[in-house]
Structure formats: structure tokens, C-alpha cells
Design a protein around this ligand. Structure first.
Ligand SMILES: Cc1cc2nc3c(=O)[nH]c(=O)nc-3n(C[C@H](O)[C@H](O)[C@H](O)COP(=O)(O)OP(=O)(O)OC[C@H]3O[C@@H](n4cnc5c(N)ncnc54)[C@H](O)[C@@H]3O)c2cc1C
Length: 557
């Protein structure tokens, strides 16, 4: 993933397909198209997966809420979503088991009849899942109060009982990266981050022939322009989709109805459980999850209609109040705002409600996807969807691309259902133990390396073997080691400090203060690997420290 080499190829070659946006949708489309033999260009104005795709709740789910809505409103569209989601849940886990695993979710109830209600609902959820999988998936269970407290000892003893069910959980930013890296293993694929689409080049009939990109990389090679030539252009810009659609054809009406969702991060001892907690009904009638993630508890999310501004959505103190107030009744110990260690905000790329549903709030909008083709410009847009269904979304979008390719170019059927991602080919649950035997590194570090990198972790050990200083931890509270900084800059196209701290190791969403304390050491190793001057390194440090400072300030406003 040498960025300069990728950019040179983007500027010089002609592609079958140019994909704009490298979140779950765009990266998924790149892999689908590449594996079907197309020559693919994938670009993003920022880092891979840096927008919504790294800010999700990290659940791979059919959607218990959609199931409830399906039956309450007799809405078959919602039922279809549940079925899709449950089928995809199995595939996501199967293709990258190092990055996605089953997660037990506990739903506490305060009355027996609530228990019965959720028991029936989750039994149906099991039924839909089991009906469509050839692999065993743990079934839901009605737990007594004693059983629930044994699994989650910090729950209030005021509960009547709880329902335990299982969904999937993924490391969203690393999953996006794995999609990009797997796509890049096909020789016709080229991908680069920090390339922003500024305009389209068109022929005399108005059809797009080129994407005019500005190189936003922070290094001295940045701030230049290139044009990517391709037969078909696919808009995968998630919440920003309308902007790109209207760049291609200003007459197109808005389709997106974006909504902001934030999470906050708490220490793991607040829940003290390897299971997640589902709060089935908040004050505003939604669900909130408290999930274990990378040694912390992530609590979220909110849901608030918003516009799409270039400013990143952030956790604010009113969000903290709402989320903590929602969680408190389920815990036995008091929970203070001071416990909050970090947070993150994302924008859901929701499709606008159909006219008969315009009065509804965003939580009831369909989270399903649509592939739109603009006959004037030829632009295809993949709109809406969710992380869980990224693969079918990609399949549908690339099927449409196939119809737009020049005559004579025939596309094979999508094979991504059985396409194992990078890191997963030699991965098994014994990998952490093998890494420990080879390196003598602490068990916690080896578990972390196995989960983040899968079978690629051996490359990290090779780095450590070549330079023993890389064995050092980046921060004493986390298992991350300095070899990962070099690895991310060399093999994962990390070009900014934030690319590494937020998305390669996730420290930014786990602990802002730890992230701040890690800046000098990350800058040191990244600077060496990427050839930064001392002045440039200092500028990068100041820039990232200012971002962290803003997060901390906003959360206190
Ligand atoms: C709070 C929250 C919680 C969620 N939880 C879940 C969950 O638990 N499970 C689930 O299945 N789904 C969940 N989702 C939904 C899921 O995260 C999104 O559907 C998915 O990540 C969208 O991916 P995307 O690639 O379409 O968009 P994005 O990830 O936003 O990617 C779009 C990309 O386009 C790029 N881009 C934009 N404009 C340009 C331009 N001009 N030039 C170049 N690049 C450009 C952006 O930089 C960005 O990287 C959640 C969403 C939110 C907000």
C-alpha cells in the first residue's frame, strides 16, 4: 500500500470502475468488483473508513428493533431487512473471524411480562437466524435474576430477570481496511486515501469520463490534482452522497436524511462483563447498547436528524447526560460524568422517507439501501444501508455497474460470500498462543495482535525481531506496541497520526488522555518511517493534539 505508487497508477491508467468513497460501502464495492475481474480505482477524501464506517456501534445484526416494527406494523420491508442482516451476520464473521465475533447481549427486564415479550421476540429472531444458517449460532435464553447477575455483576439487583441473545460485533475501521487490502490483492485494483473528488470531467453528451481529484495528503507531495479515467463512476460517499450526486447532475433531488449518532466510552469495570447490555427503551423510545470493546465499555447511541457539514460530529455534554441517565437505572453503583474517557460521533446515511412517511423521525426511516443510476451523467450511487449489509449492497451496486460497462465486457457473478479477507486465511483461535511462543511477548499483546491483524501478525513479529525497540508499549494502559506504528505506515497507508491512533489501533475512541499522551511516540516512529522533517513532525503533533483538545472541550460544554 505505497501511496505514491498508487497515486501514480491512478493518474496514468484507465479503469473499468472508479469508486468515490472508501467506507464500508466503497471498500466493499472495490472488493466485489475486483474479484469479478474489473480494473478498479478506489479513492477517499480522508482516511479509509474515517467517516461513518469507524463510528458505528460495531454490531452486526439483523436488528431486533426492525423485527419488533415488522410485527407491530405488519411491515414486510422491515422483515426483509432482518432476514438480510441475519444472513450477512454469518458471512461477515466467517470471512474475517479475527475482526468479527459473536457477542452475547443481555436485556434486563423489571417485570415478568416484559421478559415474556422479549423472550418471544428473541425466539423469533433465533428462528430467522437458524433457518438461514448452516453453522451453529448460540440461542437466546431467559435468565433468572441470579444468572443475569452472574454474567453482569454490576447490574442492579432490582431487575426481575434478563434475556440473553447473540449478535455479531466487529472492529469497524479495521474491517474497512481489510476490505481495501483484500481488494488490492487483485492486480487491477488501485486505492489511495486523502484524494478528494472536486469535480467530474464529462464528454459532449454529459456523461462522466473522469474524476477530478485533489491530493489532500499532509506531506509535501500533497495539494496536487489528478484526473482518474474510468468507464463507470460509483458514488459511495455515504452521508455525503447528495453532494456528489448533485455535482454530477445539479437537477437531482436530495435523497439523504442524515442523522447524527454519538457514543461515549467508559471503563470496562462499569459493566464488568464480557456481554453487552441492551437497554430496550430509552426516554425517546429507542434502544441503547453498552458494549464491551477493546477493554472498554462503549455506550450509545443517540439519534438526531442533522445536516451534513464538513465538521465532524462530536460527543457533547448533553449527549453524555442523556446516555448516562439512560444507563444509570440498570446499574447498582452510581455513575458519574467523570467516568467518561472518550467518545465519537457519526452520521447515519439514511435514505429519505417515502412521501407517506415524511412525518416520521429518523429512527423509523428505512435503513435499507438503494442503487440509483443517473441517466444523464451515468453516475451510479449506492445509497443508505448499514454496516451489516455492506456485502449485499456492494453486490447490488456492482451488478448495476456491469450493466453500464462498454459492450463486450461481461461481469461474472459476485463471489464475495466465500471470499476470505486478508488476515483470515491462516487465522485460527490458537494464533495468539503461537505468537506468544514465537516472540515471548505478553499474552495480552499477542491476543491483541492476533485480533487486529490475524495471520498478518507474523509481519509485526518480524519487525520486532529486526528492531527490538519496537517491542515497547505505546502507552502503559494498552497492549499496543511500537511495531504497529511502523507497520501501519508501511503496509496500511497511515499517513497522519490520527489514522494510526484512531483507526489502526482505536486508542482515540477508547481514551482521549491516553491518545494525547501517545502522540510523541507515535510521531517519532511514524516520522522515521515516512521521512518527516522535525518541523513537519511537530506540525503534525500540534494538529492532532488540537483535535483531541477540541473533543475534550466539546464534551464538557
Ligand atoms: C452512530 C451510528 C451507529 C451505527 N451502528 C451500526 C451498527 O451497529 N451496525 C450496522 O450495521 N450499522 C451501523 N451504522 C451504520 C453504518 O455505520 C453505516 O451504514 C456505514 O458505515 C456507512 O458506510 P458508507 O461507506 O456508506 O459511508 P461512510 O463510512 O461515511 O463513507 C463515505 C466515505 O466517502 C468519503 N467522501 C465523501 N465525500 C467525498 C469526496 N468528495 N471525495 C472523496 N471521498 C469522499 C468520506 O470521506 C467517507 O470515507 C451506524 C451508524 C451510525 C452513525
Amino acid at each position: 500500500m505505497n501511496r505514491n505508487a498508487q497515486i501514480q497508477r491512478l493518474a496514468e491508467e484507465t479503469f473499468d470502475l472508479c469508486i468515490i468513497g472508501a467506507g464500508a460501502s466503497g471498500a466493499g464495492c472495490a472488493l466485489d468488483a475486483a474479484s469479478r475481474g474489473l480494473k478498479v480505482a478506489l479513492i477517499d477524501q480522508a482516511d479509509f473508513g474515517s467517516a461513518t464506517s469507524s463510528k458505528s456501534t460495531k454490531l452486526i445484526h439483523g436488528g431486533v428493533r426492525y423485527l419488533e416494527q415488522a410485527f407491530k406494523k405488519w411491515d414486510f420491508a422491515q422483515l426483509k431487512q432482518v432476514k438480510h442482516g441475519l444472513l450477512e451476520r454469518r458471512i461477515l464473521l466467517q470471512n474475517a473471524p479475527h475482526l468479527a465475533q459473536p457477542l452475547g447481549i443481555i436485556t434486563p427486564v423489571f417485570h415478568w411480562w416484559e421478559g415474556l415479550y422479549y423472550r418471544i421476540g428473541l425466539k423469533l429472531y433465533d428462528w430467522f437466524a437458524h433457518n438461514r444458517t448452516d453453522q451453529p449460532w448460540p440461542s437466546s435464553k431467559w435468565l433468572s435474576k441470579k444468572e443475569a447477575l452472574a454474567l453482569a455483576p454490576e447490574l442492579t439487583p432490582g431487575i426481575h430477570s434478563a434475556i440473553l441473545y447473540y449478535d455479531g460485533q466487529l472492529n469497524d475501521s479495521r474491517y474497512t481496511l481489510a476490505l481495501v487490502q483484500t481488494a488490492l490483492q487483485f492486480p487491477g485494483t488501485v486505492a489511495a486515501n486523502y484524494l478528494a473528488l472536486e469535480d467530474f470531467e464529462k464528454d459532449t453528451s454529459g456523461k462522466i469520463t473522469g474524476a477530478m481529484l485533489r491530493n489532500l495528503a499532509p506531506d509535501p507531495g500533497g495539494n496536487t490534482h489528478i484526473i482518474v479515467k474510468a468507464s463507470v463512476f460509483l458514488n459511495c460517499t455515504g452521508p455525503y452522497s447528495d453532494k456528489v450526486r448533485q455535482l454530477a447532475n445539479p437537477a437531482l433531488p436530495q435523497r439523504m436524511s442524515p442523522s447524527k449518532g454519538v457514543h461515549l466510552t467508559l471503563p470496562a469495570h462499569i459493566l464488568n462483563s464480557r456481554h453487552a447490555l441492551l437497554i430496550p427503551k430509552t426516554a425517546d423510545g429507542r434502544m441503547v447498547f453498552a458494549i464491551p470493546f477493546e477493554g472498554k465499555t462503549i455506550l450509545g447511541t443517540t439519534d438526531e436528524p442533522c445536516g451534513v457539514s464538513p465538521n465532524e460530529p462530536m460527543l457533547q455534554s448533553r449527549d453524555i447526560l442523556f446516555l448516562l441517565d439512560t444507563l444509570r437505572p440498570y446499574l447498582q453503583k452510581p455513575l458519574d460524568q467523570k467516568a467518561v474517557q472518550a467518545g465519537f460521533g457519526g452520521i447515519r446515511p439514511l435514505l429519505a422517507a417515502a412521501p407517506d412517511r415524511q412525518d416520521k423521525q429518523t429512527k423509523s426511516l428505512l435503513r435499507d439501501h438503494e442503487v440509483e443510476t443517473d441517466p444523464n451523467s451515468g453516475l451510479i450511487s449506492l445509497l443508505g444501508g448499514k454496516w451489516t449489509t455492506y456485502r449485499v449492497m456492494a453486490q447490488d451496486a456492482v451488478d448495476m455497474v456491469g450493466k453500464m460497462l462498454p459492450v463486450g465486457k461481461v461481469l461474472s457473478k459476485s463471489g464475495t460470500e466465500h471470499l476470505v479477507l486478508i488476515g483470515a486465511r491462516q487465522y485460527d483461535t490458537g494464533l495468539a498462543g503461537q505468537l506468544q511462543t514465537r516472540s515471548g511477548l505478553p499474552a495480552e499483546t499477542c491476543r491483541h495482535l492476533a485480533h487486529h491483524y490475524g495471520d498478518q501478525a507474523s509481519k509485526l513479529l518480524a519487525l520486532v525481531e529486526a528492531d527490538v525497540r519496537l517491542i515497547q508499549r505505546i502507552h502503559p494502559d494498552f497492549p499496543f506496541i511500537c511495531a504497529e506504528i511502523v507497520y501501519a505506515a508501511r503496509y496500511e497507508m497511515a499517513v497522519k497520526l490520527r489514522d494510526f491512533i484512531a483507526r489502526r489501533i482505536r486508542m482515540e475512541i477508547l481514551d482521549w488522555e491516553a491518545a494525547r499522551a501517545s502522540v510523541p511516540v507515535v510521531a517519532h516512529w511514524m516520522g522515521i518511517e515516512l521521512g518527516w522533517t522535525p518541523e513537519y513532525r511537530e506540525q503534525q503533533q500540534l494538529e492532532y493534539e488540537a483535535i483531541l483538545e477540541q473533543f475534550i472541550r466539546q464534551s464538557k460544554l
